[in-house]
Design a protein. Structure first.
Length: 16
């Protein structure tokens, strides 16, 4: 899940 945050650099993992 942290991978999404690292790739986008934004808290997108929470939105997903």
């Amino acid at each position: 899940m942290s991978t999404t945050l690292s790739r986008l650099g934004k808290p997108e993992e929470i939105a997903n």
